[in-house]
Design a protein around this ligand. Sequence first.
Ligand code: 1GP
Length: 245
Amino acid sequence: MRIYNQIVTSSRNGRKLLAILLDPDKVDESHLEPIFNRIRNTSVDMIFVGGSSVQEKMTDNLVLKIRNYSELPIVLFPGNYEQISDHADAILFLSLISGRNPEYLIEQQIKAVPQLQKSNLEVIPTGYILIDGGKETAVQRVSETKPISAKNVEEISQTALAGMYMGKKLIYLEAGSGALNPVLPEVIKSVKETLNIPLIVGGGIRSKSALEQAYENGADLVVIGTAFEENIEFLEKNLNNEHIC
Ligand code: 1GP
């Protein structure tokens, strides 16, 4: 449990983690070299790879290419069971616990088993909670589930706690890729107070202040995709070489 232990240890020590999300469907491979030249100068801790609609083999292909440029841990953040690459280090074994679609609560997970059994991937059980980020996002469209209302702190906290009681090792609060509004600080704070497992927050984080706000309110790991996709200078402009809060 190398990656999970890193997250837990960092969480206990108050060292905040940052992951960059690369979507195989969106990343132009010819940009990988400049992307990783940028990432190398920042305090990014891991690379997440995944997307809502990615064709088979594209994930494996991207993971292998990333290996040419970076030694950072690669964590799969799959939209479905076809996005599993044995060449990554770990997989967030997601269950969309905000939704009520059995396909994303258990079916996809069962379909993933044959490949996981053959791989050495570190499997990290993760409760994935979709929260309204102000517009319909790909997760909502693909999973055909509704997000929880952004201000419904009670339902979000109870869902997170139910996830922990079910044995999830991480909770991921997701406003959706490209969300107009990131997860509210009071939601992050309330969820963090109820959990004794690490908390991931992502979706719509596009500024240094949004990043710091997420950390200050209890996010242990923040995931940034769109802001970096749109401007690979985002990290250098918004991070010093340190993001401990
Ligand atoms: C999406 O949480 C991630 O699943 C990242 O979202 O693309 O909005 O940064 P953004």
